[in-house]
Write a protein that binds this ligand. Structure first.
Ligand SMILES: C[S@@+](CC[C@H](N)C(=O)[O-])C[C@H]1O[C@@H](n2cnc3c(N)ncnc32)[C@H](O)[C@@H]1O
Length: 264
């Protein structure tokens, strides 16, 4: 079976963002991640480096009017995608907001977001640019919000000062976590598929790190919770055994008469 993607050379705005033939898959993967993290239509999303609206073309119809925001210095990319991927009717209905700001100023819209997404951005930035973006994200992220982004995980860090494009750069996970920490954000790796082999991380305000366990494989979380319940039940059953009760009573008595030190 032949599809548009297989038979045709990707159109220029799709090719520019690198996903080319995987534009549809990359979009589905990003959208799936955000919804797995709890994204609902009433939330607000900031798409840093939104490019040709790879995931924007799914988020714009999904979110309530005025809830999608995109930043990309390449104005032509956004314009091409609005015309060819989204359509003017949907733009009128959903009122997405864009900025062509190129200094990683996530605070440019003067508001906070429930979710911030930066897909395939830190695979091109310098460490300094990443630090600026993370500091800005700290300000632009709702205190309960989640910032998800990708980078190329490597054994060494890119030490240049320039944005590298269309090539890519690599960072160690520890480095990305250090940069996040310095910006006042907690950062954990998340096991979500990436069709270009980048690594996903999620950043939150440190006080709301508890939002992150839900990010892990939901099945794994369910299994772990069940295991915890089983172990707790086994412990309770053991504690009810006559021999264990006798042993605990003896320990208490010994402690009372100072014959046994309190166990730590
Ligand atoms: C690899 S593409 C990823 C695009 C999009 N996130 C996606 O998933 O398809 C990198 C994007 O970053 C944009 N970009 C370049 N410099 C930027 C900057 N300073 N701030 C934000 N985006 C930038 C590029 O124009 C391009 O659209």
């Amino acid at each position: 079976m032949s599809t548009v993607q297989e038979s045709a050379e990707p159109i220029r705005h799709r090719k520019y963002v690198g996903s080319g033939q995987k534009y549809d898959l990359q979009a589905a993967s990003q959208f799936g991640l955000l919804t797995a993290l709890g994204l609902r239509e009433e939330h607000t999303v900031l798409d840093l480096g939104c490019g040709s609206l790879c995931v924007g073309r799914l988020l714009i119809p999904y979110l309530a009017p005025g809830h999608y925001f995109g930043i990309d210095p390449e104005e032509w990319l956004v314009e091409a995608a609005l015309a060819q991927e989204v359509g003017r009717d949907l733009v009128t209905l959903k009122c997405p907001t864009f900025s062509n700001e190129g200094g990683f100023r996530l605070t440019v819209f003067g508001r906070r977001f429930d979710y911030i997404l930066a897909h395939s951005i830190f695979s091109h930035t310098s460490r300094r640019q990443m630090a600026t973006a993370f500091r800005e994200a700290r300000e632009a992220l709702d205190p309960h919000g989640i910032f998800v982004c990708t980078f190329n995980k490597g054994d060494e860090d890119y030490t240049g000062e320039e944005w590298v494009y269309p090539g890519g750069v690599f960072f160690r996970l520890e480095t990305v976590q250090q940069v996040a920490y310095a910006a006042g954000l907690a950062c954990v790796e998340i096991p979500w598929t990436h069709h270009g082999k980048q690594t996903w991380v999620a950043l939150t305000h440190p006080a709301h790190l508890d939002r992150l366990p839900a990010l892990h494989d939901p099945m794994k979380t369910v299994l772990l919770e069940k295991r915890l319940r089983d172990v707790t039940q086994t412990l309770e059953t053991l504690e009810r055994q006559p021999l264990v009760r006798l042993s605990k009573r003896t320990q208490r008595l010994l402690r009372r008469f100072g014959l046994r030190r309190r166990s730590r």
